[in-house]
Design a protein around this ligand. Structure first.
Ligand code: BGC
Ligand code: NOJ
Length: 819
């Protein structure tokens, strides 16, 4: 077994102790407008708001080594002529005491070579559109050291897609300015851009470079730049080709001396009328940006900004803190899973080691689900996001599958007609209202398709979401699937025979009757949520209609969605069952077992129990629950992309970490505390840290997928960070295992614990009050709440009554094990 690091829970950091992790283990910088990804060896890139259209620095995806392009530093020892990178990459010279501490919104990377220790803190100050690299160099030798420090970034020519393709133009347009030691990257500023990038340094410069080929030298890569090797900068000015930014700082350090050098890499927009100085020239007007640069070249300002960032995260995570017998649950809930939820909220599915930042905007379905995991931390931002998403909804109640973060308008770039999409809006709004009690959001006027004049209340949007499903029912009374449902790859109307054709955008064949049992489950859940919102909002008739529709759908699922021992997955174009014992491959799928039980279908008549036993028998593995079985071994034209993947990968029987928590929740609904925690821990990243060599992705965040049992690489994770797995695992652990669950009239305490737990404690901020919760369980058996005492008063049921904002409430809950 090989380990690559350890958790430091007190510091809320993951400490990587060797640089050659199986894959780059990344972190994110920034939380508002300016973002970056950063790997444990300083790889990655930065962008302003949109990872495609405002990309500051260049990154080479799918490279060898995997992680190429970054925030690089080179140290050169004048006496020996030796040169190395304190982040190991890109030079890869051996380091002593290599360490990378990934923290919340910052990363520290350091290492020592030949008695010279270099450590850099990277972060984005709150409220700024820039990043800081604060480097501390210490001479641990007995004698003085003469050193050179070189910084290096490669500028991307803004549009990351164009930058990677349009060389006949791009090699001629690159432009920079160097003024008072600050490097300005101004490609296309002469025409329609009013933004530029800059790269500044706090120290006196011995030189600089802005032309990549001058810095690297002919036929050299980033691992052996000529300038860093020779110790002399070229003072090059880029004209076309590939603009880069490099500063050269000379340092003479006494034995034991530490020096600090600050680099500032930033993005700036000038008002259109004030782009140039003097006006009429083509020179960037620096009067507005210069004070910002000067402020952050100062150590005091950097320290204060870093402290503010730490306080910010401290206060976000303070919303919920739990202490349970499981260190893995505690660590994920208290730190990393909450953090990942914030990152997915900020980045959607745009920029990671697996998402290029070019292809995907904000998903309608994805963004709604992401809200479930963070509404308690940032309710105001969740509110804004809900209104943004709803404004992209179509008048029919349907949805664009995605929208662009810069313009907030919907687009069809990744297809449309995913018939589950509209229902997720109901689920997200319900979560928001339950958390905040803010029912006024339902009255907010929101347009359709961003069309001014088309506004209706958000509540009406939700009714249209429901109607969208009801207007599209198939012969069994189940919802038509459209292009696909949650499973993007179950393309029952596509019938693609053309190599390379996209399953997500190709025109569907008309006239079929493909229905989704998963959407039926989701509809049942959403109809229940909407009924309650209608009720509390004073719309009795709507509430009754929702409950009616819910009953009818529930009955349709029992009649036509039940296969005998589990819920079927779908009916195909021709009306044949998918996910049925009668199928040769794909007999049982995870999604309907999770979603139907979650919606309450079959909980009272044994179907839920039976379905969950089938999941355990056919789908569960030590590495999580696979999506379906048996995996498809050949291409099925009537099923689509799902059967294109080799068995065990992705939607073809991979472990989808997004769906596993649905089963965890379902198990709590039927009272199985042991199984719920067991499933939760099988994919818990911290619990898998011990098998990092096999899991390979970061042990501090969820991946989308772990290779299933049909894959030769069973247990290997892929697609870490930007996944709905973050929100749903958080919900499963906190609201269903621990049972601390917001509801319309207050906070509910409804734990479902495993037999060997004797309880847990938690603090939860909820609607302005702070709850100190102690749960005690007697008897070894799993069980449910029997006694609830609030501030010394015994109360009936499991709902904590509302208290004034600012109140502190002590909650003691008792659970007696069942026999
Ligand atoms: C992937 C899905 C993804 C879809 C849309 C498919 O190839 O397997 O997970 O949602 O593409 O981009
Ligand atoms: C990834 C997509 O982002 C998500 O929306 C989808 O549900 C899963 N793939 C499953 O196909």
């Amino acid at each position: 077994m090989t380990t690559f690091g350890r958790f430091d829970d007190a510091a809320r950091e993951y400490v990587i102790t060797r640089p050659d992790t199986p894959l780059p283990w990344i972190n994110y910088l920034g939380s508002e407008d300016y973002f970056g990804i950063i790997s444990n060896t300083a790889g990655g890139y930065s962008f302003f708001r949109d990872a495609r259209l405002r990309r500051l620095t260049r990154y080479r995806y799918n490279n060898a080594p995997f992680d190429m392009g970054g925030r690089y530093l080179y140290v050169r020892d004048s006496a020996s002529g030796e040169m190395w990178s304190p982040s190991w990459q890109p030079v890869r010279a051996e380091l002593e005491d290599y360490r990378c501490r990934h923290g919340l919104g910052y990363t520290v990377i350091g290492g020592c070579r030949a008695g010279i220790d270099t450590e850099t803190l990277y972060f984005v100050p709150l409220g700024e559109t820039l990043e800081i690299w604060r480097t501390r160099i210490t001479n641990r030798r007995a004698e003085a050291a003469d050193l050179s420090l070189f910084s290096a970034v490669e500028f991307c020519l803004w549009d990351a897609s164009d930058d990677a393709t349009n060389f006949q133009r791009n090699f001629s347009i690159g432009e920079v300015e160097v003024d008072d030691g600050v490097i300005y990257h101004k490609t296309e500023y002469r025409e329609r851009r009013n933004h530029f990038a800059y790269f500044a340094c706090s120290a006196q410069l011995a030189g600089f470079d802005t032309q990549r080929d001058a810095f690297l030298g002919p036929y050299r890569g980033w691992e052996r730049p000529l300038v860093a090797e020779s110790g002399r900068s070229g003072d090059s000015i880029a004209h076309g080709w590939a603009p880069c930014g490099s500063h050269h700082v000379e340092l003479s350090l006494h034995p034991g001396e530490t020096r600090e050098v600050i680099f500032v890499l930033g993005y700036w927009e000038n008002p259109t009328g004030e782009k140039f100085d003097p006006s009429g020239s083509q020179t960037i007007n620096k009067t507005r940006v210069r004070p910002v640069i000067d402020r952050f070249r100062n150590a005091g300002a950097v320290d204060a900004a870093f402290q503010r960032l730490r306080d910010h995260w401290e206060s976000l995570l303070d919303t919920l803190h739990v202490t349970t017998p499981s260190e893995h649950l505690d660590r994920m809930v208290n730190i990393w899973n909450a953090y990942q939820c914030m990152i997915t909220f900020n980045l959607s599915r745009s920029a990671s080691s697996f998402e290029s930042g070019i292809g995907r905007g904000m998903g309608f379905r994805d963004s709604n689900q992401d809200l479930l995991g963070l509404v308690h931390m940032v309710p105001d931002r969740a509110r804004g996001r809900i209104l943004d998403i709803a404004a992209t909804q179509l008048p029919s109640g349907g949805a664009y599958h995605q929208y662009q973060p810069l313009t907030k308008t919907g687009n069809d770039a990744v297809g449309s007609g995913f018939n589950d999409d509209p229902l997720w809006l109901i689920v997200a709004v319900a979560a928001y209202v339950k958390e905040t009690g803010d029912r006024r959001i339902l009255d907010e006027l929101v347009p359709y398709d961003n069309e001014p004049g088309s506004e209706s209340s958000l509540y009406e949007h939700l009714l249209r979401s429901m109607r969208y499903t009801l207007d599209r029912l198939g012969p069994h009374g189940l919802p038509l699937i459209g292009r696909a449902d949650w499973n993007d790859c179950l393309n029952l109307n596509c019938f693609s025979e053309t190599p390379g054709e996209s399953f997500q955008t190709t025109e569907n064949r008309q006239g079929g009757v493909a229905e989704s049992v998963f959407i039926a489950g989701l509809f049942t859940l959403a109809a229940g949520e909407l009924a309650t919102m209608a009720e509390v909002h004073g719309h009795r008739h709507d509430a009754a209609a929702c409950l009616d529709a819910r009953r009818t759908m529930d009955a349709a699922v029992r009649a036509h969605g039940w296969d005998g021992a589990w819920f079927r997955r779908a009916y195909d174009y021709f009306g044949n069952p998918v996910g049925s014992a009668g199928n040769q491959e794909g007999k049982i799928f995870i999604e309907p077992q999770g979603m139907c039980v979650l919606a309450g279908i079959g909980v009272d008549d044994g179907k839920a129990e039976a379905a969950l036993s089938s999941v355990e028998a056919h789908l569960a593995t030590p590495h999580g629950i696979v999506l379906q079985q048996p995996a498809y071994t050949r291409y099925h034209v009537e099923l689509g992309e799902i059967s294109t993947y080799p068995p065990g990968y992705k939607e073809n029987a991979g472990v989808f970490c997004h769906t596993n928590p649905w089963i965890t929740i379902a198990e709590t609904l039927v009272g199985h505390g042991d199984r719920a925690l067991d499933y939760y821990l099988r994919i818990n990243p911290s619990a898998r840290e011990a098998i990092s060599h096999q899991h390979r992705c970061e042990p501090y965040v969820y991946p989308q997928m772990i290779a299933g049992k049909d894959a030769p690489t069973h247990g290997e994770a892929k697609n870490s960070w930007l996944t709905g797995s973050a929100a749903w695992n958080f919900v499963a652990a906190t609201q269903w295992i621990l049972g601390i669950r917001p509801d319309h009239d207050g906070l509910r305490i409804d734990p479902c614990l495993p037999a060997d737990w004797d309880g847990f404690t938690a603090t939860r901020r909820f609607r302005g009050a702070r709850y100190h919760i102690t749960v005690r369980k007697s008897g070894g058996l799993q069980g449910r709440l029997t006694n609830l005492v609030v501030d010394g008063q015994r109360i009936h049921g499991n709902l904590l009554p509302p208290v004034p904002r600012g109140a502190t409430v002590t909650v003691e809950a008792e659970i007696q094990g069942q026999t």
